[in-house]
Ligand binder design. Structure first.
Ligand SMILES: [Fe+2]
Length: 239
């Protein structure tokens, strides 16, 4: 990425919440380039670059990134109370042949503008329960309580999970319902090509994935922390 491209990417990120770059060179250094956006965070096994590919031992009726199932809308790291990664980056190594496999995105800030619940401001203080069944594969059983909305240095952080945000509060239940409906109406879908990069603002965007049939689909993921706050890796250590 040259200086001009980097400036264009940052402009797209702030205007629309994501950017998509294709035809990257063979020698594209994923980690080095992403470091220009912020500190890179360790993921579940301590790795910086995580492979997202199909594990044939996981049935497709399990909802996990590591099979061919459809995922449901969420933000990354919703299950942790610490400040979530600022950006998520996916690099295409091999797109799914045939139908499906697109990464889908919708603007969480736009979603909130539709949230007319009279107690909307309580989303900053109510503390629903978040679980992470998806981490069972990593040997992690996790549950925590923290608000849906928060702020860091005047930046609004939206957290969302369709399946793992739990509450009996009508405020939170309406938020989940609106999020699912908004995502269905407003998402965009990008099938990440080989040598292409999809980068989005994880404090703002909800994301998901369409089901697919090609077991050869392969992406790599990097999580990028915020320069202005204390981001936390999967092992709970501030970096
Ligand atoms: Fe995700």
């Amino acid at each position: 990425m040259d200086v001009l491209e980097e400036a264009e990417l940052k402009d797209s990120l702030s205007k629309q919440g994501y950017c998509y770059l294709t035809n990257l060179p063979d020698n594209f250094d994923f980690a080095a380039q992403m470091r220009t956006f912020g500190p890179l965070l360790k993921q579940y096994a301590g790795e910086i670059v995580r492979d997202i590919s199909v594990d044939p031992s996981i049935p497709d009726d399990v909802v996990t990134p590591y099979n061919r199932s459809e995922l449901t809308p969420h933000t990354e790291w919703y299950e942790f109370s610490a400040v979530p990664p600022r950006y998520v980056a996916l690099l295409g190594k091999q797109a799914a042949a045939g139908e499906g496999g697109e990464t889908t995105l919708a603007d969480g800030y736009e979603m909130l503008a539709e949230f007319s619940h009279p107690r909307r401001s309580e989303l900053f203080s109510a503390t629903p329960t978040w679980t992470s069944q998806g981490l069972a594969r990593e040997g992690v059983a996790h549950e925590s309580r923290h608000p849906v909305l928060s702020k860091v240095d005047d930046h609004l952080i939206v957290r969302f999970s369709t399946r793992e945000l739990h509450s009996s509060d009508d405020l939170v239940l309406e938020y989940i319902k609106l999020g699912v409906d908004f995502f269905r109406r407003k998402h965009i879908a990008i099938k990440i090509d080989r040598h292409a990069l999809l980068l989005w603002d994880n404090w703002r965007m909800l994301h998901s994935r369409r089901a697919f049939s090609d077991s050869g689909r392969h992406l790599q993921r990097i999580l990028i922390g915020s320069r202005s706050s204390s981001s936390v890796s999967a092992d709970g250590l501030a970096i």
